[in-house]
Design a protein around this ligand. Sequence first.
Ligand code: FAD
Length: 472
Amino acid sequence: MTALIDTLRRIVGEPHVLTDGDLTAWEQDWRRRTRGKALAVVRPASTQQVADVVKACVAAGHSIVPQGGNTGLSVGGVPDGSGTQVVLSLSRMQAVRALDGDNLTVTVEAGCVLQTLQETAEKAGFLFPLSLAAEGSCTIGGNLATNAGGTQVVRYGNTRELCLGLEVVTPTGEIWDGLTGLRKDNTGYDLRDLYIGSEGTLGIITAATMKLYPEPAARLTAWAAVPSLERAVALLGLAHRQLGAGLTGFEVMGQFALSLVGKHMPQLRVPFLGDESAPYCVLLENSDSESEAHARERFEALLEAAFEAGHVSDAVVAENLTQAHQLWHVRESIPLAQAEEGLNIKHDISIAVSRIPAFVAYADEVLQREIEGVRLVNFGHLGDGNLHYNVQAPAGADGKAFLRDQEDKVNTLVYDAVAKFDGSISAEHGVGSLKVDKLEKHKSPVALELMRSVKRALDPAGTFNPGRVVRT
Ligand SMILES: Cc1cc2nc3c(=O)[nH]c(=O)nc-3n(C[C@H](O)[C@H](O)[C@H](O)COP(=O)(O)OP(=O)(O)OC[C@H]3O[C@@H](n4cnc5c(N)ncnc54)[C@H](O)[C@@H]3O)c2cc1C
């Protein structure tokens, strides 16, 4: 064991192999629900160093947990409790290697923080559209490994759709240079797509070539009160028809979710809070390539049509960027407000947009019938059919006891409802170690066996993130 630590120190330098002191930042997951124990945290500075670290760990028989910003919500990026796993942190690999304006691409190292990539693109006059509340800490490597979604998927797709090429270190320590900026490349199996979303179980992503877009001339945000979830879906259809590719964000928030923001963040102004005629509010974003005046005109036409059709009972359009940021801030504050309210049970699910109202009616009814007083925090990326359908203990109840007694039951009720509506139990957060059992229940046996075959073929020794996503 000491021999391995010595070798790792020789490869990356002594200060970058951490074994003592407070390793909480690497050993504990973001929600602080799981804490593991690492043999060491290793921070290589180059792809070659990553490859050398992998070879050293394989030779010594130790498995590796790749880690980016450690903001993942499925407990995939922290070590288990054995004290034998090496955490390989990409935090020192942050360079922007190249930006090709004519090809609309940027090549960055995996440890580059998402916000840094957004700012780099902006400085060069482009847009890198991936956007999520953890963007100040999460990394592009982690985004790719989890195929992160976020708030712009309705227009630009998940991280997968934004990636053209990858550089990956394999479980035997080889380097695959697939950093192509090609938009068309049909030369056999798509290895890039195999690695994206593999949550560190097949390879370590060390760099990526990502797509850039022209900066829109204007972005406008509106907040609408809607009389029902059915009307929210109708509003989405109208927005697609009237705004076309201009529709870049469409989020839904239930009144209970908003009431938690009102309660725990009283400094924030929450439009239509407590409006009984509006059980849901919708946040819409319209990006326009012409001008702000043109964007405003089209947005106003959309909202007018939505009022007339009865899809919207009231709405505000942000006057400027500050107001737009304030509205987005309310939406992004829901998870924190929920945490303030107490321990809760999270679900990141997707259902075909057209079936969401029926799913929510069904799941609400089942949960309220089975668990008296349960409180449902429902919000999410309705434009992508992705809900964060979360469950909070009854008012005044002890959150810890609620989780101990009810978590399994709640998860079973919610995931069975998801299955009944042909949805997915993990829309954008991945499987990690949290949902391995659930995946075994809900994924088809054929799909599971194919996934196991891929894992066995690419990582026969089980070096990368063993036991996560699929058990072999
Ligand atoms: C407040 C908050 C809001 C969030 N909102 C969203 C959201 O809207 N949409 C969304 O999709 N997610 C969201 N997330 C989840 C999280 O931010 C994303 O999953 C993000 O992509 C994780 O990136 P990371 O760098 O923190 O990865 P980590 O947490 O470090 O790792 C996540 C997984 O990827 C693997 N991994 C990390 N880096 C690499 C690499 N270089 N090579 C191979 N494997 C690697 C890890 O082993 C682990 O399995 C949110 C999280 C928080 C805390």
